[in-house]
Write a new protein. Structure first.
Length: 482
């Protein structure tokens, strides 16, 4: 009979058993297997020749290639105030649903071609959160103490990265931030947002009948990124990323993250800080937007090289401009003059020295800082129409004032008039367009509606023919005494 015990030596032929043994053999097989085992070994290998240098990435990290169309998501939060608008708490959700498509159309206009999705989510209307449950709505229910209704919302852009590992996320975020602010400023300032919203429904038309939309805090460009920085060991970039795409083992242990690029580079790539921080080589010259500053300014890269972000150094043609004015016009167009003034530390640099109207004073003023001298009325506002000459400004904006008078008053030159004749209907006399006190016929400066004549004879003959000639003027002119 067959032995119940295993033999001390292997059999010459394989067994004919249809089931494998339930326990592994105590000795290794004589030749290596052609495929790796399905499970890791229990104990580490005992290599007699370990490597002499450290690996470039943690042992066991999974190398997953990026897909061809890696995407990133950018979210921008904004608020719009609607004046003269009051709604009840129970109208909040309907109001939010009706305004959402129009705001989405406005804010997503002219998005870069790489954007696959752009959508708006209304977060709150007044003091009421959108889509809140009835119990929460009841707790928050209160009367508005102001006729201005503030709508808070977020805009989410999903875009294909231009690089496989999405190193362009921060640069793209700044572009999106600029786009959102510019679109919202345009549609609120030109009134098109209110016009289009009133067309949505009768209810909106009534609610917004006397409303004006204003973008809140549009002058502050805050970085939309709050990600942690981690070392990019899986690539060859030699830097740290903050794109929220860290490997899973880093997500599981927050010990890998640092709060800034500099700190991350110092910790993981201290031997090549310049490459890691994006400042390798010579910093290109030019003016760049100071996104991280408290004011809307452009900085000179030669004077402030330490503040130039790495992505701007790598792509200077996209970010750096030859002068502060060009930089402000491109990156801070909604507050261009303020930006130029702050960037150059000289308000006069922002001036165009063209002319715009001052309706309160009924004169035209130059676009230059007050105190510079001459007819400077301060820097023009974005909505002010500028003209090359005071005559053009007076003609277009102050047409009821005689152009020569308007020009003289605008330039600070004493107006003397044309010395031509016009009718003073109160005195029932023809008087001269002048302010010379020594001339008895001067009746002051003519108005734009006064018809001027070359002589008193023509003026009297055309309009005051029924008055005796000697009584038509204060003093007879020389030509009448001939």
């Amino acid at each position: 009979s067959a032995s119940d015990w295993p033999t001390s030596q292997p059999s010459e032929l394989p067994s004919s058993s249809s089931q494998p043994s339930s326990r592994p053999s105590s000795l290794p097989f004589g030749t290596p297997s052609s495929r790796p085992s399905s499970y890791p070994s229990i104990h580490p290998s005992s290599s007699s020749n370990p490597s002499k240098s450290s690996s470039s990435s943690p042992t066991g990290s999974q190398q997953i290639p990026f897909p061809e169309n890696t995407t990133t998501t950018i979210t921008v939060n904004r608020e719009i105030s609607f004046s003269n608008t009051v709604i009840r708490p129970d109208q909040v959700d309907d109001f939010a649903a009706e305004i959402k498509p129009t705001i989405e159309t406005k804010v997503c206009a002219d998005a870069p071609a790489s954007v696959q999705r752009c959508q708006v989510r209304i977060l709150s209307v007044g003091d009421q959160p959108v889509n809140a449950n009835s119990r929460l709505r009841k707790l928050l229910r209160s009367l508005q103490d102001s006729t201005s209704l503030v709508v808070a919302f977020e805009v989410e852009f999903e875009s294909i990265c231009s690089t496989s590992d999405c190193t362009d996320t921060q640069a793209f975020g700044n572009i999106i931030e600029d786009l959102v602010t510019r679109n919202l400023l345009t549609t609120t300032e030109d009134g098109s947002l209110i016009i289009d919203l009133r067309r949505v429904s009768t209810q909106l038309s009534i609610l917004l009948s006397s409303s004006i939309a204003t973008l809140i805090n549009s002058g502050i460009m805050a970085s939309p990124f709050n990600f942690n920085w981690y070392p990019n060991w899986s690539g060859t970039s030699g830097t740290c990323f903050n794109d929220d795409n860290a490997p899973s083992y880093m997500h599981e242990s927050s010990g890998y993250y640092e709060s800034s690029l500099d700190k991350c580079c110092q910790r993981y790539f201290s031997w090549d800080m310049y490459t890691c921080t994006g400042r390798a080589g010579t910093v290109p010259s030019g003016f760049y937007p100071n996104w991280g500053g408290m004011e809307t300014t452009c900085l000179n890269s030669i004077e402030y090289p330490q503040n130039v972000p790495g992505y701007m150094i790598q792509h200077p043609e996209q970010w750096l401009e030859a002068n502060a004015e060009s930089c402000c016009k491109r990156h801070y167009s909604w507050v261009k003059n303020e930006c130029i003034s702050l960037s150059a530390n000289n308000p006069s640099i922002a001036a165009t020295f063209k002319w715009y109207v001052n309706h309160q004073e009924e004169i035209c003023q130059q676009d230059c800082a007050e105190g510079v001298g001459g007819p400077c009325g301060g820097l023009a506002m974005p909505l002010d129409t500028l003209y090359d000459t005071p005559v053009a400004c007076c003609t277009e904006k102050l047409s009821w004032i005689v152009t020569s008078t308007c020009e003289a008053q605008s330039t600070g030159v004493a107006a003397v008039g044309t010395s031509q004749w016009y009718v003073d209907w109160i005195l029932k006399k023809c008087v001269k367009d002048c302010v010379d006190s020594s001339d008895a016929n001067c009746g002051g400066l003519a108005k734009s509606w006064d018809e001027l004549y070359g002589s008193s004879t023509t003026c009297c003959g055309n309009h005051l023919w029924y008055i005796a000639r000697n009584d038509c003027t204060n003093q007879l002119e020389f030509d009448l005494r001939m």
